[in-house]
Structures are given as structure tokens and as C-alpha cells.
Ligand binder design. Structure first.
Ligand code: ZN
Ligand code: ZN
Ligand code: ZN
Length: 731
């Protein structure tokens, strides 16, 4: 757009028409970067324009001027003044010709204030009156004065871009530089260790020490030596730096990011003049601080979309920063903007590989530094964008390290938080190229947490402060968090799917497979129709199915599990759940438990027996499944009796109600009722049970005796003898 406006000069009575593009006006306004000056300048322009339009009657090809008024003088740089100005590239010896003169609207080009207020206007060696924009020297000086301390720190912002944020950063950094220098100087002085003289190794000291009580006497030379034994404590300095970090975090993102980067430059080369050990401590602290600062920088860069040119200037500054020799920070500062085509396609689920081959362009891979990934994860967590977070983490690549793996391992949790249970389960069980499947790396606690999520519709809170100590973010495992909240819009996951998932994990994860507590939790889950928000499965009574069904189900369950162990696949025919779905699932889990016990010893066993509290028939089914291996059943009996008499379980038993005591008795009874199970009263564990019999102290023993007395006809003569001895013990 082209606009016509008046350009008025001091002392001129004539009017000039000049056509000037808008951008020139902008530039002229910018040149007066002092906002109030710029504003008054703009006002004058608009005033003139409106005056002109009012009084111009005809504005066409032939412009007619019908009105003029006394010119208003606008602020201007000295070299633009109507007063004669003598230009030289760089002459500061004194005012050239009439350069010292100025009108009352002349501005100092360097100080950006009225020439009359410039204190360096005519000072030899400085001489601001000679300054003009066509000189490289004066231009550089002006840039430096506008940029102030930021220029000294080597930031390369365009001085015309200096806004309130950059000014704030400039003043804060300058103040910080001063206070930090004082603290650092004090640190460099060191201090004398108060304990030092007592440990002195000087010969004079040693001699005196052995003869007299005093340990403080020494010779003159020795004291000189002591004086040099200084200690250095960087704590005060590092605390001062941390305080600045906190102060910076209070400001706008733009000011903050400049303050953080500028501050790094001020402390990054700190070191100790003292002994090597102290120097190591300082370099370690500096490196930690560096990481802490840079983490915040990346968090801000990821959190806010700054202009490309601003990022570029930060990048230039970052490149020139001195780096400690052991520094592992990424080489580049810049991060992909959120609307980067590949990144946004990944977030939207349109790209599931993290790679892109655009026509005529180079192959692009979503590869980001670890800290940037961490910053993105934090941002997406804060926004509750779990679906996007999972998509991003699935494909993003970085330098492989345990932290990245830990972050990627949370993908199923994020999917769960998004309500996508099958997605989560599928992800855990899918085989990754070059890596073991996630399910095989779950800890028992993590596995139980997933069972809890899938059955309760609640998930642990994941929001966390992102603060890297030294680049390795130590975050507590969110799966073990104690704070759980409902999953919004969660669809319930079918119990059979939960069981299938559990069985597959047990099949591929030896640690989970070995863990007794996990089996207890799984059995509780399949014996329950409802899990409380606290993750406690509420036990349910399932009616006992007919005997034929029980037998058929044992074979079917064995076949399903057999296929699982050989092919790692689990297929449950629809017919399996028909008629008694709850019972079928409980029996399938129980049969898996049987195979587990056949595999190796499972301790403690008492908790597992208790899982059958509401479904005794299933406990009997369990016993008869085990019966194919009488040796295992016998071993199980030994374990059970040991646990029952174990000190550690006494407290638990005291809390038992009649139901629990009776359940244990019922299980033990089956050893008596089943004729193929041999119990010898003279061998372990029967002899031990008899020797320690104390039914007044152990209600389960009383319960066992009553069971046996009611069914005495079923017992073999040998077992009757045992009952007889028990009865005698009770008297
Ligand atoms: Zn002037
Ligand atoms: Zn000046
Ligand atoms: Zn000494």
C-alpha cells in the first residue's frame, strides 16, 4: 500500500508530498525504539493525514493543495536534522564541524534520548553528536547500547526486536551477573579449614605434638603452608544460581528462556582453584545446574510456539556456549514445532511409523533428543492428551537409553487412561522388533496394577513435574502410585479378556509366573464380579456346576493352557464359557495355578487357599486336579502345615473368622477322604501335626477334627488311627 503524507522539516515553510510505502513508516517508527517517542511520531503522522483529507478538495491525478499549516517538528535523529551535519565513518575525537549543535527535537542516535539530555554528546573519545546510521561503527555502537547486557552476553537479537520481555531479561541478567560475580569471588577466596591444624603433618608440628599437649603450635614456615590449605564451598554460589532459576520461572516464557540461557553463560565455566577433588564437586554441580536449566529451556520451547527467527537466535547463542568437557547435552537447541507435518500426523494417528517419505524430499524420521521427548510427555500429560501421548511415544526415536525405555513402557498405561484397554493389552503383548515384548518385562507389582486398572476402571495419576537432575529423569513408577482416579468414559473390559491377558503374561514372564501374590490377586479377580476403586476384588459366590461340567471343563482348560504354552497363543472356544461363564473362568485360572504348582514350589500357599473362600467346590476341583501328582500334593501339605505353624502367619490367623479356619480344615480333610493319598502317622508331616496338636489354640484343628468325626466311615483304618490320636490329644 502506498500512502501520501507530509514530511515536515524544522524551519521549512514549504510542503512536500512524498509517496512512501507503509513499511518505511514502520521502519522509521522502529528507529525510535523508545516507545513514547515512536508513539508521538505515529500520532503526528495520523494527525497530519486526517488534516490533509479534511482540507483536500480534490485528490486525483492532479493533486491540489488548498490548505497548509505551520509545520510541527517531529523528533528525529541528529543526522536527519535540517541543521548541517558532517558525516564520517568513525570520528570521536570531537564534534565535527557543527555536529554539536542540535534543535530541541534532535535525538541522540546512540542513547535514543533527546540530544540535550545526552551526557556524551561532545565528550572527546565518545562524541555521540557525530553518530549516524550509515557508519558501521556507530550502527554497532547503537545496537550494543539498545541490547545492553544481552549484547555483552553475545545474544544476536536484532536491536529492533527489543521488547519488554527482552528488556526484562536484560536487566535481570545484568543484576544477576553482578551478584553472581560477588558470590563467585567469595567462593574463590576459599576458607581455612578449622580442623586442619590438628591433622598437620609438618615436622615441627609433629615433634611438638608428641611432646606437648598443644596441637596448635607450629613454626613460621608451617603457618605459611597452612594458610595455603584452603577449602572451597560452592554451595552458596549454586544456591544463588538456583534462586535465579526460580525467579526466571516467574516471568513470561520469552523473558524466561533468555534469562536461563544467559545465566548458563554466566556460571558454566565456574571452577575451583583448589585441589582436584573439590574441582570435581564443582564441575558436577555445574553440570547438574546446566541440565536443570536446559530442561526448563526445552520445556518452554516445547510448551510455547516462538517465532522461527527468535528460536534461530537462541540456537546461535546456544551453539556458542562453552560446554563442560563431560557435557552430554544435545548439540542442537531447536525443537520441532507442534504443527510439523510429521509430528502432527503422528499425533493424529495418521502416521504410525514415525517416518515419512515426501515426494522429492529426503526421508524424514521422528527423532528427538531425550529432553525434548520428556518435555513433550509432560506437556501432553498436563493436557490429559493420553491418546496423542501414546501415539507419539510408540514411534518417536532417540538415542536409546533406559530412560527412553521407561517412558515408552508407559504407553499401555496412557492407552488405559484413554480407555483403550484392548489397545493397551495388545501393545504389551506385541513383539517389538529387536526387543522382548513389554509383558515379559513387567514386574509383579506392575502386572497387578494393570489387572487392577482393567477390572476397576481406575488408573494411577501420572502427572509429574519434569525435573532432570543430570539428564536421567528419576521418576517414581506411576503404576505404583497410591493416588488412583476414575478413567473417564471407560468401557468395561470383559473378564474373559482380562483372564486371557493375565494368562499370556504369566506364560511369557517368569518373574510374574513365580510370584505367589500375583496368583492370589488373579484368583481374587476371577472370583469376583466387582473390584472396588481401591483395587480390592469383592469375592462372589458362584453356584457349583454339575459334576460332568466340572470334568469336561478340566479337559477343556488343560487343552487351552497346553496350546498357550506351546504356541504362546490363547484361544478360548465360545462353548467354554457357555452355561457357567463365571465358573468356567475361575476353573481356567485354577487349572493354570495347578500347572504353576507342578512347575515348581509356590510359596506362600495359604493365601492361595484363601482365594477359594467363597467357592469351596473350586478348591476341591483344585485338589483333584493336583491328584495326578500325589508327590506334589504331599509336598503342598507339608508347606501348608509349616505355614500354619509359622510365627509369621500367627497374627494373620488370629484375624481369621470361622470361615477361614473351616476352609483350611476342609482342604486338609480332602487328604483324609481321598483314599489314594497316603498319610502315615509315624512320618512327617502327620507325626509333626500330632505332636504339636493344640485345638484350643488353633480353631482350624478343631474344625478338622469335627469334619473327620462326621465322615469317619470314609476313612481308611490308618487314617482312623490318626483321628483316634487326634481325639486323645484334645482331651
Ligand atoms: Zn534537529
Ligand atoms: Zn548519546
Ligand atoms: Zn604445621
Amino acid at each position: 500500500m502506498v500512502i501520501i503524507f507530509f514530511f515536515l522539516y524544522h524551519g521549512s515553510t514549504s510542503l512536500k508530498f512524498i509517496t512512501v510505502p507503509w513499511c518505511t513508516i514502520n521502519t522509521m517508527v522502529y528507529e525510535y525504539s523508545n516507545p513514547s517517542v515512536a508513539l508521538s511520531y505515529l500520532c503526528s503522522i495520523s494527525l497530519l493525514i486526517s488534516d490533509v483529507s479534511k482540507h483536500i478538495e480534490e485528490l486525483d491525478e492532479d493533486l491540489a493543495i488548498t490548505y497548509s499549516q505551520t509545520a510541527t517538528v517531529l523528533p528525529h535523529a541528529r543526522y536527519d536534522c535540517t541543521l548541517a551535519f558532517c558525516r564520517a565513518e568513525q570520528d570521536v575525537s570531537g564534534p565535527l564541524q557543527d555536529n554539536a549543535k542540535h534543535c530541541d527535537q534532535c535525538f541522540c542516535y546512540i542513547c535514543d534520548k533527546l540530544a540535550s539530555t545526552c551526557e556524551l554528546w561532545t565528550i572527546p573519545g565518545i562524541c555521540h553528536c557525530n553518530a549516524h546510521k550509515h557508519s558501521v561503527y556507530w550502527k554497532a555502537l547503537r545496537d550494543k547500547s539498545l541490547m545492553g547486557f544481552l549484547h555483552e552476553l553475545n545474544f544476536t537479537f536484532d536491536p529492533l526486536d527489543m521488547d519488554s520481555d527482552l528488556r526484562l531479561a536484560e536487566t535481570s541478567l545484568q543484576k544477576f551477573a553482578g551478584s553472581l560475580a560477588m558470590k563467585y569471588a567469595t567462593f574463590l577466596l576459599g576458607f581455612e579449614s578449622p580442623n586442619h591444624s590438628a591433622n598437620c603433618r609438618c615436622t615441627c608440628h609433629r615433634n611438638i605434638n608428641s611432646n606437648t599437649q598443644s596441637q596448635t603450635i607450629g613454626c613460621k614456615g608451617c603457618y605459611q603452608h597452612h594458610f595455603k590449605m584452603l577449602e572451597y564451598d560452592y554451595t552458596v554460589v549454586s544456591q544463588h544460581i538456583k534462586m535465579f532459576l526460580n525467579e526466571a520461572m516467574k516471568g513470561n516464557p520469552k523473558a524466561c528462556v533468555v534469562m536461563l540461557l544467559g545465566a548458563i553463560k554466566l556460571f558454566v565455566s565456574h571452577t575451583t582453584p583448589g585441589i582436584i577433588q573439590a574441582a570435581n564437586t564443582v564441575s558436577e554441580t555445574v553440570s547438574k545446574l546446566l541440565w536443570r536449566f536446559m530442561t526448563k529451556v526445552w520445556t518452554i520451547l516445547v510448551g510455547f510456539d516462538f517465532s522461527g527467527s527468535f528460536i534461530k537466535q537462541l540456537e546461535t547463542f546456544y551453539h556458542k556456549l562453552p560446554r563442560p568437557s563431560n557435557c552430554t547435552l544435545p548439540k542442537s537447541l531447536s525443537v520441532l514445532p507442534w504443527d510439523d507435518p510429521l509430528l502432527s500426523a503422528v499425533m493424529k494417528g495418521q502416521n504410525i511409523t514415525g517416518e515419512r517419505q515426501a515426494k522429492g524430499r529426503r526421508h524424514q524420521v521422528l527423532f528427538e533428543p531425550l529432553v525434548v521427548i520428556q518435555a513433550r510427555v509432560c506437556k501432553l500429560q498436563q493436557q490429559n492428551k493420553y491418546r496423542e501421548l501414546a501415539r507419539y511415544l510408540k514411534v518417536v526415536k532417540s538415542i536409546n537409553n533406559p530412560t527412553l525405555q521407561r517412558m515408552k513402557d508407559l504407553v499401555p498405561l496412557y492407552l488405559c487412561k484413554d480407555g483403550d484397554y484392548s489397545g493397551a493389552v495388545c501393545h504389551m503383548l506385541s513383539l517389538m522388533p529387536g526387543a522382548t515384548c513389554h509383558a515379559s518385562r513387567l514386574t509383579p507389582q506392575q502386572f497387578r496394577a494393570y489387572l487392577r486398572i482393567l477390572t476397576s476402571g481406575h488408573a494411577p495419576d501420572v502427572a509429574q513435574e519434569f525435573d532432570a537432575g543430570n539428564g536421567h529423569m528419576i521418576i517414581p513408577d506411576p503404576l505404583l502410585s497410591t493416588k488412583w482416579t476414575p478413567i473417564e468414559g471407560s468401557n468395561s473390559f470383559k473378564m474373559i479378556e482380562v483372564l486371557k491377558f493375565a494368562l499370556r503374561v504369566l506364560d511369557c514372564n517368569t518373574i510374574v509366573f513365580a510370584d505367589s501374590e500375583t496368583w492370589v490377586y488373579l484368583l481374587s479377580v476371577v472370583s469376583s464380579n466387582f473390584t472396588t476403586p481401591d483395587g480390592v476384588p469383592v469375592g462372589a459366590f458362584y453356584a457349583e456346576p454339575d459334576v460332568t461340567y466340572q470334568t469336561v471343563t478340566r479337559d477343556a482348560a488343560s487343552a487351552i493352557l497346553e496350546e498357550l504354552t506351546t504356541t504362546s497363543r490363547i484361544q478360548i472356544p465360545k462353548a467354554f464359557e457357555r452355561g457357567y461363564p463365571d465358573q468356567a473362568r475361575l476353573l481356567l485360572a485354577t487349572q493354570a495355578l495347578v500347572l504353576r504348582i507342578f512347575h515348581s514350589q509356590l510359596k506362600p500357599i495359604l493365601g492361595i487357599i484363601m482365594c477359594f473362600k467363597f467357592n469351596r467346590w473350586a478348591l476341591r476341583w483344585f485338589f483333584y486336579s493336583l491328584l495326578v501328582r500325589p508327590d506334589v500334593l504331599h509336598y503342598l501339605l507339608c508347606c501348608l502345615l509349616e505355614e500354619l505353624s509359622d510365627e509369621r502367619y500367627q497374627l494373620l490367623q488370629r484375624k481369621w473368622s470361622e470361615t477361614e479356619h473351616s476352609l483350611v480344615a476342609y482342604f486338609l480333610c480332602m487328604y483324609f477322604w481321598e483314599n489314594s493319598m497316603v498319610l502315615d502317622l509315624n512320618t512327617y508331616p502327620t507325626n509333626s501335626l500330632l505332636a504339636t496338636w493344640n485345638e484350643s489354640h488353633n480353631p482350624w484343628q478343631l474344625s478338622l477334627k469335627l469334619y473327620l468325626e462326621c465322615n469317619v466311615a470314609k476313612l481308611t483304618p490308618e487314617k482312623r488311627k490318626i483321628l483316634h490320636l487326634i481325639q486323645q490329644q484334645g482331651k
